[in-house]
Design a protein around this ligand. Sequence first.
Ligand SMILES: Nc1ncnc2c1ncn2[C@@H]1O[C@H](COP(=O)(O)OP(=O)(O)OP(=O)(O)O)[C@@H](O)[C@H]1O
Length: 569
Amino acid sequence: MATRTQRLTARSEFRFELEPGERISLRLVPDSGDAEVFGAELVPGKERWYAFGDEAKAAISTWAGCELEIAGRASTEYVPDDPSPTYTSYANVHLHLEGARLRARAALRAQPDLIRSQASAALAAPTQPGEGGALPINGDAETQLYSAVGQGPRVLVVGPESAGKSSLVKLLANYALRSPAVCSTGLEEEGKEKDSKSAEESEVTGWWPTVVNLDPSAGAPPLPCTLSLLPLSPMPSAALPSCSPAFPFGTTAPTTGASAPGPGAAHGVAPLTLWLGKEDVRANETHSMRVVEWLGAALEKRLARDPRARMSGIIVDTQGVTSADGRGRYAFLQHCIRTLKIDTIIVLGHEKLNIELSRIFPTPESGIRVLKLPKSGGVVELDSTYKERLRALQIRSYFYGGSASASRPEGEGEASSATLPGHAEPLGGLPALSPLTTSIPFDLLEIYRVGQENMAPSSALPIGMGRTVTETQLVKLDPVNSAGDQAAVLHSVLALIEAPRGGGGPGQADSAIEPPPSDDEITGATVLGFIHIGSIDATRKKMSILSPNPGRKLPSKTALLGTLDWQDA
Ligand SMILES: Nc1ncnc2c1ncn2[C@@H]1O[C@H](COP(=O)(O)OP(=O)(O)OP(=O)(O)O)[C@@H](O)[C@H]1O
């Protein structure tokens, strides 16, 4: 196998952009210095190869200089003349956040009673939408879970499309995971037997940040059309990998359907996913805002219950802003900032947005700091055909697991994956899954969608009749009687959600409860998994579904339909 070496000087970076079918492997030559990819440290070693594929685009940066050994070739690779932004502006932001986390830790350690009372308030708060009526975040003071004491930094990253927002979020999360600080309140031992494991846990360094993804476009974890909370933990010592854009924030057991998380996983707790059903938050802003509120409620509950996550703070990734957002005074962004109680806004490479947000949130009065950061010169503009391929890859990986990348055809003349070190395993160590296709009757699932697709213009409605479907109203599909609804679900990816209030039980529809579930309860219900409708048999009134788990039973009989569809080629 032919390899080459690349020397990097201090504070420089090696950028590469993989095209379809291309793969590359890199290793850090021992004793040559340090290297990291978007904040995740590369461990030096003779056989420690880091494999990249699936059209990944990334930069290996070094603080003090290093030597890389590279196998395979990317059609675009270069070392820019300018110093890497990682060590100029981005590291400073990290230090600022680190300071805020240490202050939050000190505040929590000084108030052990607060931790206990918050934890019991979180337990009493509704666990499911609708259980206790109001959302804890908008509720009255008694149901309010948020208290400012001991809150780590809450950072929102905004900017135009392809500004490197997700890459910065990943970098900040990786730096937090690698921090030398011990994330503890001093109360961890309470109520636990003092065994060697808990003693070991309290020694572990690194924060427990939560990544909040508010960008439902292609590349969203676990699948597009969703918004999610990803609680991270430094145990077992892990970092967010960049080997494939299909899992931008690592792989997790529940999101991939895999039984064991791969070595690239950094999620201590299962992520929480809500279904938006669209790849653009602007497509139905009223609905998107409501989903963000539900996500905020789940976040507050978690941060009240887990002091480590609370002091570590949150990092929010957003969708690129457009000039249309500016005309609406960034209504959706403002809503997210208030709902998630953001205290630091990072504006990446957008002068006008920086000025406008600074005006909306003036510094001392609003309690929010707006920071402007330059865009990295390495960011790649991704076109719609790339996003189409990424979407299909994400869906395929969700159902089939890691075998997906190995089974894809290699381009001509490229090194085959077998000869490249580190590529014998699927990227990110994602295990292969054995998905199951089953046939179910049309009426087994209750399928809803938000609002009506293709709404007729109001002028086309009969005289005197107003529109009956509002923006956030759910419409129940009727595949048994409607050929249109059958066509709507064919080839779509449906989200199976936790049935409100436990559902109707065996043999009953999930909505057979008293009172019936409200639209809002269904909108805020967490996603348990996804299924794909492969084919429809209208005469036998059955459809065949693909699910990643070989279990016979579906986790829920309530499904949500959105715009996500896929054809298994
Ligand atoms: N320094 C760099 N060198 C090489 N590639 C990079 C660098 N920074 C970012 N990229 C790549 O550029 C692409 C776009 O970056 P990223 O996804 O972070 O931008 P974004 O602002 O989140 O985009 P979007 O608006 O589409 O969500 C990604 O494929 C990322 O891996």
